[in-house]
Design a protein around this ligand. Structure first.
Ligand code: ZZB
Length: 258
């Protein structure tokens, strides 16, 4: 699985993250790294998700930069030549997801240039980097989680202002209009992020609809089809140093038993 890894620079740590990280980064810029299959949707990032009970690390990339992601992702990156010493993992510190919530980050290419880190129950530790950038206009999981957080801000221990940015119309399709994810969530009568089965179906519909029938409403490739724009947005982000290619070595176990 070839992902685009998005580099979201930390603007201001949450107080609990600050306490853990202060001094550990040794002057390096720290980036939350989110793996996405939809680089063309980065214009519509409204927040970022971490799993509150997951463990993250901050890993040195070189003398100037460090990445926040799961240990598993850092190891993959080390073997993909992303860090300065191939195969070497330099962990500066460890931090629990719950402590990162409320951190303010830069969201590259987004119409909303700064967004907050919020909790999501369904973040898988075994996929991508464990950091998920949120595009509620086009991702049903992101939209439903954002709605849950707004409804129960106190329960999720967030400041309501962190979840205040609305979905941004990015992609238009004939069947679902300008906001695919809210439309599909409504169609399938999804009520909460706990409706994981319906959300998986919604994701499938939204992927296909966006990819095959979508037209870009914003950005450098406005007016082009999603199929055309996707590789161009990705190349542009990588060229500007805001993203890099990240591959998931899936199927290692499968190929062993095959
Ligand atoms: C932004 C985005 C915008 C995404 C969209 C999707 C959509 P897949 O197909 O199952 O591999 N993701 C990445 N890592 C994780 C994780 N550890 N746990 C849970 N979700 C994760 O899913 C890949 C997508 O799942 C990624 O692409 C990321 O969200 C999320 F408009 O990034 B995406 C219809 C989907 N639309």
């Amino acid at each position: 699985q070839e992902y685009t890894a998005i580099k979201a620079e930390v603007v201001e740590w949450s107080p609990s993250a600050k306490a853990v990280i202060e001094s550990k980064a040794a002057g390096r810029k720290v980036f939350l790294v989110a793996a996405t299959l939809r680089p063309e949707t980065m214009y519509g990032q409204t927040n970022c998700f971490v799993g509150p009970s997951l463990k993250y690390g901050i890993f040195a990339v070189n003398d100037k930069e460090a990445y926040l992601c799961t240990y598993r992702a850092a190891r993959n990156m080390a073997f993909q030549g992303i860090t300065s010493q191939r195969g070497e993992i330099i962990q500066l510190t460890e931090i629990e997801g719950s402590k990162i919530i409320g951190t303010k980050i830069k969201a590259p290419f987004s119409i909303n240039p700064e967004v907050y880190v919020l909790p999501m129950d369904n973040v898988l530790p075994t996929k991508g980097t464990g950091v998920v950038t949120s595009v509620p206009s086009d991702s049903p999981d992101d939209f439903q989680t954002l709605m849950d957080l707004r409804k129960k801000a106190e329960y999720y221990k967030i400041d309501p202002s962190w979840a205040a940015l609305d979905p941004v119309p990015l992609i238009s399709t004939p069947a679902y209009g300008d906001l695919i994810a809210p439309a599909v969530v409504k169609q399938l009568k999804i009520q909460s992020q706990k409706d994981t089965k319906q959300l998986a179906e919604a994701k499938d519909i939204a992927y296909k609809e966006g990819f095959y029938n979508g037209t870009m409403l914003v950005g450098e490739f406005k007016g082009q089809s999603v199929q055309e724009a996707k590789p161009k947005v990705r190349a542009s982000m990588i060229e500007q140093g805001l993203a890099f290619a990240y591959a998931e070595p899936e199927g290692l176990v499968i190929s062993r038993s095959a």
